[in-house]
Design a protein around this ligand. Structure first.
Ligand code: GUN
Length: 281
């Protein structure tokens, strides 16, 4: 193991204390509404963590649960109520939604000013245009880790494996935006000779949701490897990177757990603060 370990827990703690300090100076408590539909244990665990984080930084957690049998109209109606509730600054609908519920339509129903997940087409459009808006949490968490450890992106070759709307696509936009200035390739399950592509990367981001898919042959010696994979197994959480083997040749690496995961939660708080400040200005 020679790689520097990028400690997402420590960076997330720094973000949380910045947010707590800003919240203390607001004179009100920003409200973060969470909507949880159904009884998926992983989703329940995620939302519990987000609510706890919100309260730790002085925000108010407003939580709603609906049964897995809830109709599209019921979920949309709840989101509409939260949109018009003045005490609510951020609305987060935990994904995936169960059954036949149309997640895209639900997310599109969130007021873009309260879209603290940054997943509304309006906010993704602003990101595409390089304009200010609420950014998706996991991609902005990845940028924040790189920034914290002073890993340069300017002029660097970044390869992202995975093209999801939650991570891969928006991260490609953020890394190639003015200011970050990386040269970005978004690879995916149909990429020919993946290792030939990823082994060119100065910064390699694994966000495919496939356990251990990134092995030493995919990694340029000295590269920064960011593992976004959160795969639940009987042995606990594991990432998309074969950590032990890759840590021998990478220059820096994020662990799972304790890497990108805590950053996603921290950036949600940062977005909720931003949403409160701009809406209540
Ligand atoms: N499910 C997995 N990741 C996320 C996320 O970042 N936001 C929401 N709302 N649901 C998720």
């Amino acid at each position: 193991m020679s790689a520097r370990v990028l400690d997402g827990k420590a960076v997330a703690a720094a973000v949380k204390s910045e947010v707590a300090e800003a919240v203390a100076g607001l004179g009100y408590s920003p409200g973060l509404a969470t909507v949880l539909v159904g009884d998926d244990p992983a989703s329940h665990a995620y939302v519990r963590g987000k609510r706890r984080d919100a309260e730790q930084v002085g925000m108010t957690s407003i939580h709603h649960e609906l049964p897995a049998t809830a109709s599209q109209g019921e979920v949309a109606g709840l989101v509409a109520d939260l949109n018009s509730d003045d005490d609510v600054d951020g609305v987060l609908v935990q994904l995936p939604l169960p059954g036949d519920l149309d997640s895209e339509a639900i997310v599109e129903g969130i007021d873009p000013r309260k879209d603290v997940d940054g997943l509304h087409p309006f906010n993704l459009g602003l990101l595409t245009l390089g304009r200010q808006g609420l950014r998706p949490c996991t991609p902005s968490g990845v940028l924040r880790i790189l920034d914290h450890y002073e890993i340069p992106t300017n002029g660097q070759t970044a390869v992202i494996v995975g093209r999801s709307f939650l991570v891969g696509r928006p991260l490609g936009l953020l890394l190639s935006a003015k200011g970050a200035d990386a040269t970005v390739t978004v690879a995916h399950s149909r990429t020919n000779d993946l290792a030939a592509v990823t082994s060119k990367a100065d910064i390699l981001v694994a966000a495919a949701g496939v356990i251990g898919m990134i092995t030493p042959e995919h990694v340029k010696p000295g590269a920064t490897v960011i593992d976004v994979g959160i795969n639940r197994t009987d042995q606990g959480l594991v990432g998309d990177v074969d950590y032990e083997a890759v840590a021998d040749i990478a220059g820096a690496i994020t662990p799972v757990p304790g890497g990108v995961g805590p950053m996603t939660r921290a950036m949600l708080l940062s977005n909720t603060l931003t949403a409160a400040e701009s809406r209540r200005r």
